[in-house]
Design a protein around this ligand. Structure first.
Ligand SMILES: C[S@@+](CC[C@H](N)C(=O)[O-])C[C@H]1O[C@@H](n2cnc3c(N)ncnc32)[C@H](O)[C@@H]1O
Length: 221
C-alpha cells in the first residue's frame, strides 16, 4: 500500500469518520442513545457480556499518540503487528493504519454486521494494511502483537475477563487504553505494567483525551 503523507492520511480519516458516524446510526438502538451512561449499549456480543459500542475519533487517538511520541515514550516501527481489540466500525483501526502506513493492524470484532460494515469501508477506501477478524479477542493469542488499542469493549466482569489476556501479552507490548479508570487501575498494575504516557487532565477544549493511557508490559512475572 502507498504510504500517505500525514496531511493526506488525516484528510482521508476525516472523510472516513464522517461515513463511520453516519453508519453508526444504523447500529444504535433508540434506547442506547443516551450518551455517557453505563447503559449506553448498542448491541450484544455472543459472549455473556454486553458490548458497548462507541467510536474513537481519529483526532483523539492520534493526538494521544503524538503526545506520547513527543514525550519520548513511544515510537512505532514498521515491523510492528498491531491489534484493535473490539474494532467496531473500524475507526481506530483505520486511524492507526492510515497515520502509520508502515504497520499492519488487525481489528477483532464479535459483531458480524458491524465488522461487515467496517470491511466495506476498508474496501471502498482501499486500505491494504488493515484486516478485520470476526473473533472474540479474549480467545486469541495476543502475544505476537507489539501494539494493542482497547476502547472499553464491554463492561460486565471486565477485570475478570481481561486480567489474564493482558498479563499474557509479551514483555514490551504497548497497550493504549481508553478504559474506565476503575477497571484500568485494577488491570494495569505495577510491576507487571509501567505507565508510559497519560494525556494531561483538565483540557477544556479536549476533555476526552484524558481518558487515554499508554502502558507497557514489563518482563515481570
Ligand atoms: C467501544 S467499541 C470500540 C470500537 C473501536 N475500537 C473504536 O475505538 O472506534 C467496542 C467494540 O468491542 C466489541 N467487542 C466487545 N467484546 C469483544 C470481544 N470479546 N471480542 C471482539 N470484539 C469485542 C464490541 O462489539 C464493540 O464493537
Amino acid at each position: 500500500m502507498r504510504i500517505l503523507p500525514t496531511t493526506q492520511a488525516i484528510n482521508k480519516l476525516v472523510q472516513i469518520e464522517f461515513e463511520v458516524r453516519k453508519a453508526e446510526k444504523e447500529f444504535i438502538k433508540p434506547s442506547s442513545q443516551r450518551r455517557y451512561s453505563i447503559d449506553h449499549w448498542s448491541f450484544r456480543t455472543r459472549a455473556p457480556r454486553k458490548a458497548r459500542h462507541a467510536i474513537t475519533s481519529a483526532f483523539l487517538l492520534l493526538s494521544h499518540i503524538q503526545e506520547a511520541r513527543e514525550a519520548g515514550g513511544l515510537e512505532l516501527s514498521p515491523d510492528w503487528r498491531c491489534a484493535d481489540l473490539g474494532s467496531g466500525l473500524g475507526m481506530s483501526t483505520f486511524s492507526l493504519a492510515l497515520r502509520f502506513g508502515f504497520i499492519k493492524v488487525i481489528g477483532y470484532e464479535l459483531d458480524k454486521k458491524v465488522i461487515s460494515r467496517a470491511e466495506r469501508t476498508r474496501q471502498r477506501h482501499g486500505i491494504g494494511n488493515v484486516r478485520f477478524e470476526y473473533k472474540d479477542f479474549l480467545e486469541e493469542d495476543l502475544s505476537p502483537y507489539k501494539l494493542l488499542y482497547i476502547y472499553q469493549p464491554f463492561f460486565e466482569n471486565f477485570v475478570e475477563y481481561m486480567n489474564l489476556p493482558m498479563l499474557e501479552t509479551a514483555p514490551g507490548t504497548i497497550i493504549i487504553s481508553r478504559i474506565a479508570s476503575f477497571f484500568r487501575e485494577q488491570i494495569f498494575v505495577e510491576p507487571f505494567f509501567r505507565l508510559i504516557y497519560a494525556s494531561p487532565k483538565n483540557q477544556p477544549s479536549n476533555p476526552f483525551l484524558a481518558e487515554f493511557y499508554t502502558y507497557q508490559r514489563t518482563a515481570y512475572g
